[in-house]
Design a protein around this ligand. Sequence first.
Ligand code: ADP
Ligand code: MG
Length: 364
Amino acid sequence: MASITLENLVKHYGAVEAVRGISFQVEDGEFLAILGPSGCGKSSTMRMIAGLEETSDGGIYYDDKLVNAVRARDRNVAMAFETYALYPTLTVYENIAFPLRSAKWKSERVDEKVREISHTMELTDLLDRMPGELSGGQAQRIGLARALVREPAVFLLDEPISHLDTRQRHRMRQFIRHLHLELQYTMIYVTHDQEEAMAMADRIVVMHEGLIRQIGTPDEVFNDPADDFVAGFVGEPPINFLEGSLVQSNGTLSLRFRGHLIPLPESLQSRGDSLPSEIKMGIRPFYVNLRLDPDEPYDLAGEVFVVETLQDFCIVSIDVDDERLQVVAPLSARVQRRERVHLKLDPEFMRFFDLQTGKAVGLG
Ligand code: ADP
Ligand code: MG
């Protein structure tokens, strides 16, 4: 196994700057996710780590060894990419066996290993088929099995389960996580799906437009996002943003949002001088509480736009003036479309960003 270090990695395709100088280290045995929207440079980064794409600038190290000039096949990595094609003339069995045969494993061991992984990944019924006879999801699972059957220094998985249906995706997610915990492989896992990254990774690198916005544990990127992009990208339903000015009124520092004054948390009351005057507050839908008793104090008043009932809770969207907020509420709340409701925000979970730069403020 190996640790991997990226130093100021850059990738241009002609005028397109896909990766604009990123640095991070994956520890030996760590599960690191690279998360970001489509087109942010995740696959370019992975392909450079794998050796499938030349770097435009910067360095890639496996342990302490610079590997920029080392060919892909000499890097001892196993890869499963979204579009990594199966060998069309080989059966599913032989596709999965291929890396083991190339590594000159004895055929009994190959057979044992192929059957074991096929069993765990529920592929046994497909072993005799040809790639042309598979659905997209099946082909992708076989591509993943072919990667996972190996015992390389590093696993590089780029959206390896994106074509599976929800249930299978969940199973594969658990299986990959399990495999990592059992065998402690170094894994880099690319995804645009924040839930996948949050559920699986030890740490997450959040990318946007070729740059890193934050590196942290799932807990850190969720609870202490470095900027408003990370705050908005991670979490479902997404965080609510309320933009406004900071004002002092009756000795209390508050955010003025439309016609409402929302007091800042106690910890920030004495720190008005260190905060920008124009602020974006972020608060997750779990921490906005519906106040059904009209006599209880509240921060905001609005009108219910729509109620989505999920299994054991509902997501209520509420129009506060021209801003639509989302609230996670218990089924017992029983609010109706067009009903007027009061909202109370939990100060402990308010996060603040500079409206100009988007950077988190008021930390520590
Ligand atoms: P992601 O995997 O995050 O969706 P990519 O790394 O695939 O992002 O792409 C990053 C940017 O680089 C995009 O703007 C994409 O269009 C561009 N790009 C990727 N590969 C190529 C290529 N071979 N030639 C030209 N542009 C490319
Ligand atoms: Mg990609």
